[in-house]
Each structure stands twice: as C-alpha cells, then as structure tokens.
Write a protein that binds this ligand. Structure first.
Ligand code: BGC
Length: 270
C-alpha cells in the first residue's frame, strides 16, 4: 500500500471498535500514515492484539484497550490510559457500533436501548473526552493545523429509512445531528468534527447481505456503482478526514456508498 508515513506523523489516534471490520481497517491505515493508534475493543481481545502485532511489525506504534463505549466510567478510564501512554490525542474515530434487528412491533426496549447506547451515547461519551483533551492542549502547528479531529462513523441510514432496523436508523440519524452540533460548537477552537457514512461494506455486521451470490445480486440492485464496498474504501476516507488535507472541512458527512443514496430505483423509472 502506498500510504505516506508522513501524513499523520507524530499524531496519536484512538479508534473504537477496532478489532474487526471498518474500525480495524481504519486503524491499519492511520498507522500506515504515521499515527500511533490505540485499538479499542469490546470482546475480541485476540483480534485486537493481532492488529497491534501487525502494526508493530510494520514499525508502527499501537496498543490495545478494552472498554464498552456505552459505559461512562470505562470511557473515562480508556482516555486516561491513552493519555498516559501517548501523552495526548489528536484523532478520535468513533466507530464502535452494532445492529439488533427486529420487526418494529416486536422490537424490545432492550434491543432499542442497546443500539442507542452503543451507537449514539458511545460516540457522545468518546467525543466529549477527546474534545476536553483537544481544548486543554490546543493547536500544535508542527503536528497538525487543527487542535483535534473527530470522525464519526455513521451510515447511509442517517438519511435512508430502514424497515426492520428502526433502532439502528434512529441511532445514525442522531449521530448526524450530534456531529453537526459538536462541529458548530468546537469549530472556533480549530477542532474538526465530521462523519463518514458508509453504504454496504463487506464486514461481519452485514455478512448475510453479501456472502452468497443470490444475496449479493439483490444487494447490488441498491448500488449504482455495482460493487459492494471494501473496508479500505472507508479507511482511505478516514485518513483524509484525519489529515490536514481536509483542513477546511467542518461538520460534513462524506458518503462512501457507491451511490446508494442516489435513489437507484429511479434508474429508468419514475
Ligand atoms: C449497515 C449494513 C448495511 C448497510 C447498507 C450499514 O450501516 O450496518 O448492515 O448493509 O448499512 O444498508
């Protein structure tokens, strides 16, 4: 991979939910771009450790840190430990998320609450701790022109309603307004807060939607680009949003979805 180890040189990053899928790829690409990366995981200690080993084998810097993003005390402890290890933090990737799908009338309060507390409250808790450190430290011009960067991993479902996934779509819609409001509040401090909204990306979360030829053909009807996304598609966007190359980008959502949000049903229709 032709990633420049100078793009994020000297920067410290924390990626939540980095033991698999999109989070793992983002952590790898941030490390390839020169950042030291704290690899947060919830339950997959082994894969998180493997990722750290891979990053170190490529002369990068990383360590694993366990925490449930929905628990305030665990998030506070995770940030203290990261600051102790790295001295400061420049980049937060709010990635941890899950689905608990159910037809609406059968959806339990537990399914609703768990998705909201991980996907939305988890991003709030982590963004707040990161922002405190960005404000305390301010801009270090030799490191980055921003005092800090927060990247929220949202979804096309922040705009596309999703039957059978009401909790998930509501959490992602919430991420959008949360992200923009934090961005508006913190922009005067040179803290850049943005989102990436992935479409259908091949990860464990949606395996059943692409792992048979029949399922993939059905899914491709929703994607004008006629390709299911790869985690690298998202990781490359994250590196850009984390770097000074996006210095004037505040409070925006970058859709990386092969055109899923372009109403593909209207091709030759309507
Ligand atoms: C969901 C996936 C889904 C994709 C497109 C993502 O946010 O997590 O399960 O395939 O959106 O619908």
């Amino acid at each position: 991979m032709s990633y420049s180890p100078y793009l994020l040189k000297g920067q410290k990053a924390l990626v939540t939910g980095a033991s698999s899928g999109i989070g793992e790829a983002i952590a790898r690409y941030l490390a390839l771009s020169g950042a030291a990366v704290a690899i947060n995981y919830h339950s997959e200690a082994e894969s998180a450790q493997k990722l750290v080993d891979d990053i170190k084998a490529a002369n990068g810097e990383a360590f694993t840190i366990q925490a449930d993003v929905s628990k305030e005390d665990e998030i506070k402890a995770m940030f203290s430990q990261t600051l102790e290890q790295f001295g400061t933090i420049d980049i937060l990737v709010n990635n941890a998320g899950l689905q608990k799908d159910s037809p609406f009338v059968d959806m339990t309060l537990e399914q609703w609450n768990r998705v909201i507390e991980v996907n939305l409250t988890g991003q709030f808790l982590c963004a707040r701790e990161a922002a405190k450190e960005f404000l305390r430290r301010g801009v270090q011009p030799h490191i980055s022109s921003a005092a800090g960067k927060i990247i929220c991993i949202s979804s096309v479902h922040q705009v596309i309603p999703w039957a059978g996934h009401v909790n998930y779509a509501a959490s992602k819609g919430g991420i959008n307004m949360m992200m923009q409001s934090i961005a508006q509040e913190l922009a005067p401090h040179k803290i850049r807060v943005n989102s990436i909204a992935p479409g259908a990306i091949k990860t464990p979360i949606n395996k059943s939607a692409w792992d048979t030829p029949e399922a993939e053909a059905k899914l491709l009807k929703l994607i004008p680009a006629k390709r299911v996304g790869d985690v690298e598609d998202i990781a490359k966007a994250a590196v850009w949003l984390a770097s000074d190359d996006s210095d004037y980008v505040y409070g925006t959502t970058l859709f990386v979805d092969g055109g899923m949000t372009l109403y593909p049903d209207f091709i030759e229709n309507g």
